[in-house]
Design a protein around this ligand. Structure first.
Ligand code: FES
Ligand SMILES: [Fe+2]
Length: 296
């Protein structure tokens, strides 16, 4: 069982006896105890540590041991969840607006993956979508990360999916080598990339997650060919992504993104920023209220 802040609230993620993971809002409807701080999994339900109210699939309050009737509006919200190559994804809404980024081609015999969280030198204080603008920000890749990008092509597939392809080379002191990625950005905070780096298969999925008091955290799964070099490569790429994010960190943490003067080189990023501004919004609190209204 784990608990994490998410957007305006907190969620608990736990695995029931049946092995399936579930994600629910974490504050008990009785007196607001955090289910992830001392709660127990009982069968497939989660039980609050404070007075043992229990919640079941769908977030429904299923038992109050004092024998009282369950009050109206005593349900948590449960979030759509999927596990993919070492990461647990939740969709922040009632129904996913797009498929989660995964790799159907992943083959245990041929590939290995490593899931990890980026080690930030300090808390990342900006919303996830601001970090995502990085992907479309071709100029900063050169001046901040030493990655020279040629011929970027960008396609807005639909409001929730953008594709980008480049030919890039690391120049300068930071790193050397070529990188040819096909990048897809899902929603405002998820990235899937298929690429070849230094002549070797490199796929990855990255998720920028708004974790409230913990700031924005970034989770990765990197995949490569299974052979005697895989671990060494995964070490190297993990270190590279850690470096990229930490190079951006002090800049991102001190930005103010109100009135922008974007130029032609920023076109793809500008379209993404516009889409992020128009993206549907909700809060855990609003979802929980709606879930309770539906039930009563
Ligand atoms: S606060 Fe959870 S049962 Fe009382
Ligand atoms: Fe960057």
């Amino acid at each position: 069982m784990i608990g994490t802040d998410l957007a305006d609230g907190r969620i608990v993620i736990y695995r029931g006896e049946d092995g399936a993971a579930r994600a629910m809002s974490a504050f008990c409807k009785h007196m607001g105890a955090d289910l992830s701080a001392g709660g127990d999994v009982v069968g497939n339900d989660i039980r609050c540590p404070y007075h043992h109210w229990a919640y079941t699939d769908g977030g429904r309050c299923s038992n109050i041991p004092s024998g009282d009737a369950i009050p109206r509006g005593s349900n948590l919200v449960d979030l759509p969840l999927r596990e993919e190559l070492g990461l647990i994804w939740v969709f922040f809404g009632e129904t996913p607006l797009y498929d989660l980024p995964g790799f159907d081609e992943f083959d245990d015999e041929k590939h290995v993956y490593r899931a990890f969280e980026i080690e930030l030198k300090s808390k990342l204080l900006v919303d996830p979508w601001i970090f995502t603008t990085n992907v479309f920000d071709v100029v900063h890749n050169r001046v901040v990360h030493g990655l020279n990008i040629a011929d970027p092509t960008i396609e807005d597939v639909n409001p929730f999916l953008r594709r980008m392809t480049w030919d890039a080379a690391h120049t300068g002191e930071k790193a050397t080598g070529d990188w040819r990625p096909d990048i897809e950005v899902f929603g405002t905070n998820s990235i899937r990339t298929r690429s070849v780096m230094d002549g070797r298969l490199k796929w990855y999925i990255a998720a920028m997650t708004p974790c409230g008091r913990q700031g924005t955290r970034e989770f990765f799964t990197i995949i490569t060919t299974k052979d005697e070099e895989s671990e060494e490569r995964l070490d190297k790429w993990q270190a590279m992504h850690n470096r990229f994010v930490n190079e951006d960190l002090p800049i991102l943490n001190n930005m103010r993104t109100g009135d922008l003067r974007l130029v032609a080189a920023d076109r793809a990023m500008g379209r993404f920023i516009q889409a992020a501004r128009e993206y549907p919004r909700t809060s855990l609190d609003a979802m929980e209220t709606a879930a309770n209204r539906k039930r009563s």
